[in-house]
Design a protein around this ligand. Structure first.
Ligand code: FMN
Length: 375
């Protein structure tokens, strides 16, 4: 495996080219862990397939010479709608891990989202990041630990909490298991060091009627009252990530969640869940036009971003592409990948006759009507 370069290698013509090159920079079993989805990878494939449709029908003779990609997302002024999703254990891809990604995000005016399971501490990541940085929160078995993580994120200057709710228990990525992947010692969850070790329910303590899944793995999974408790215990805006249903979206919006991330975790949790893009129109319809919605899972190009915005997202988050670019050229690679995505989006907008993100939205209503036919 090659160490990351300090320059952009030849042969990168679009953001997705980093996916191909990453195979030379990330050891094979770790690459399978990053690239893979859960179980039979039905959802992983569905995410990518969903972006093959719908087609983008260009409007002619429109003046886009004053075009831009600026937006306001729950009061934050952003230069473009391309944010970095939380991705755990980034030292799998680069020895400096998340601090490199954070430097790239700062350089590109992009929101960096630091995972609870980052391999650098949230404080180190915050120091490398720009002003707009979010902390992704996984509930911990002990509320005191969850609360301490929230307080640390606030003290470190994070500007929002992203509470991920779709991964209380994961189904394994079979390809990486079969390849013998094990998390290396230097890619552990740095934020959790020093807390009392969570005691998983031991299988041998379960009775014959009990299940290793329900009474074991899900014993400490959060419920609605736990989310209400987070809302009551932070001064930061709270986003919820992992939403795939209109009824959940509406309930979350009504309880005071600031924004939602329509996501299936990049196909890494419930295999069989729909593509995020497929459910986006019904979620937008449920929460109304003004409620902030983000989308991730399967975005590989600027045209994919255009489609997501046209179907109802205000902004998107990028998962795997950030790790691939990180492995190839560290912060420089991530910054370059983001620049390429932004330019691809701008090119797509210009060719489609859209000068602003709002104009992408204008054509969305017709698309969403058409999308209702999609199961
Ligand atoms: C290796 C890896 C680790 C991830 N770790 C986290 C995590 O710690 N927290 C989280 O909310 N999502 C995590 N995700 C999911 C991403 O935030 C995002 O939802 C997903 O990668 C988007 O799909 P994409 O990779 O197709 O862009 C992870 C994804 C990958 C590939």
């Amino acid at each position: 495996m090659n160490p990351a370069l300090n320059h952009i290698p030849p042969g990168i013509f679009c953001a997705q080219d980093y996916e191909r090159l990453a195979a030379d920079f990330i050891p094979h079993p770790a690459l399978l862990y990053i690239a893979g989805g859960s179980a039979r990878e039905t959802t992983l494939r569905a995410n990518l397939d969903a972006f093959e449709n719908p087609c983008i029908r260009p409007r002619l003779l429109r003046d886009v010479s004053a075009g831009h990609t600026r937006l306001s997302l729950f009061g934050r002024a952003l230069l473009h709608p391309v944010l970095l999703a939380p991705v755990a254990f980034q030292t799998l891809a680069h020895p400096l891990g998340e601090t490199e990604t954070a430097r790239a995000a700062a350089a590109m005016d992009t929101v960096m989202t630091c995972s609870t399971l980052s391999s650098r501490t949230l404080e180190d990541v915050a120091r490398a990041a720009g002003t707009e940085k979010w902390f992704q929160l996984y509930f911990q078995p002990a509320r005191a630990v969850t609360l301490d993580l929230i307080h640390r994120a606030e003290a470190a200057g994070y500007t929002a909490l992203v509470v991920t709710l779709d991964a209380s228990i994961r189904s394994p990525g079979l390809a990486s298991l079969r390849a013998g992947f094990q998390m290396p010692d230097d890619a552990q969850a740095a934020n959790l060091v020093g807390y009392p070790a969570a005691k998983p329910v031991q299988r041998e303590t379960l009775t014959a009627e009990q299940s290793a899944i329900f009474q074991g793995g899900m014993a400490h999974a959060p419920h609605w009252d736990d989310l209400a408790w987070v809302l009551a215990n932070t001064r930061l805006p709270v986003l919820v990530k992992g939403v795939l249903r209109a009824d959940d979206a509406l309930a979350l919006a009504r309880m005071g969640v600031t924004a939602l991330v329509v996501s299936n975790h990049g196909g890494r949790t419930l295999d069989g869940a729909p593509a995020s893009l497929a459910v986006l129109p019904e979620i937008r319809a449920a929460v109304g036009e003004d409620y902030p919605l983000l989308l991730d899972s399967g975005i590989r190009s600027g045209a994919d971003i255009f489609r997501a915005l046209a179907l109802g997202a205000d902004a998107v988050m990028i998962g795997r592409l950030q790790v691939y670019a990180l492995s190839v050229a560290g912060a420089l690679g991530v910054a370059h990948m983001l620049k390429l995505l932004r330019e691809e989006l701008e090119l797509c907008m210009a060719q489609a006759g859209c000068a602003t993100l709002a104009e992408i939205r204008e054509i969305s209503i017709r698309w969403r009507e058409a999308a209702k036919a999609v199961p």
